[in-house]
Write a protein that binds this ligand. Sequence first.
Ligand code: TXA
Ligand code: MG
Length: 349
Amino acid sequence: MNTKIIKIDENNIEKDKVKEITKAFSDGKLVVIPTETVYGLGANGFDEEACKNIFKAKGRPMDNPLILHIADVEQIDELVSEIPQVAKDCMEMFWPGPLTMILKKSDKMSDVVTAGLDTVAIRMPSHKIAREILKDCKLPIAAPSANLSGRPSPTAFKHVDEDLNNKVDIIVDGGTSNVGIESTVIDMTSNPPMILRPGYVTYEDLKVLIPDLAVDNTTIDAKDKTVPKSPGQKYKHYAPKADAYCFVGNLEGVVKEVNKRVKENEDKKIAILATAETKDGYEGADLVIDLGSRENMQEIAHNLFEALRKCDTEDIEIIYAEGFDFRGIGAGIMNRLLKACGGKIVFGL
Ligand code: TXA
Ligand code: MG
């Protein structure tokens, strides 16, 4: 398939380009669009065949449901059968933005989108280009992250191009994604509501509206082997090709332990995912990536997937990653790191 690239400047969104994308969605085509979290591989959520093609293009297991993206809360009525008050409150507070809500689905929703579940995931992105497209096409756009299944999610056009060129009809090049990790997923059908995937909208943010908010423990505890409530969480996502390890504890202890391991594995190509505070303390690694300052966790989230992809392009064999507190956006970062490491986490340093 010949993939067309459409470059859009978010400060000057040309109407004719938006119309071309709307037409492509109406015609059942696959279009990758930028969002504030990561790029999404989109299709008309009412078009079952087009949605099946999403799974084919990504190599995604059919039991992993898709998120529907909308521009306007009025679109929801067609997609769900009920909206609890707490979900309405969250919409008011966090939409548009990186929060996905799981709600009871309507009869109109295809089993392809929901992977046969009786619930459906919905989010209203805040990215300017995504919003213009969603407003114009007035369709719920089903879109998982626009990576090949198992690879880190794409936060820049070049990542999408690496994974999906020739597999989709159109890729919109809209620059880099600000947030850099995928949306927070919250199940509004359980009582109390439960976070199924931590993200940029944090536990602490949501707790203001939901005092008894629950968290699926498997998303933040590598040792918890129960089946995650969100189908996508059971797959080894975000996985770089290298063997990866994460180190949690006192920073001095982390640097010391990592330096020791680097020495023990001299023959291997090693990368360290470090922070501004520690990067100068490492010795002997082939690559030390500065994810940003620990004072600015948003910057670290923003840089994480790019760093994991860089390890792949540099043919890194071992990754040693510094860990973070599970507080705030740190929970989202640690969830992705734990998956990248396949749960190999070293505590107590
Ligand atoms: O930020 C994001 O959410 C990005 C952008 C493109 O919007 N999308 C994204 O989609 O990360 P995806 O498909 O890579 O992740 C969606 C997650 C998966 O873990 C999936 O299993 C879960 O949401 N999910 C979708 N529908 C669900 C449902 N009905 N019940 C439970 N989990 C669901
Ligand atoms: Mg994904």
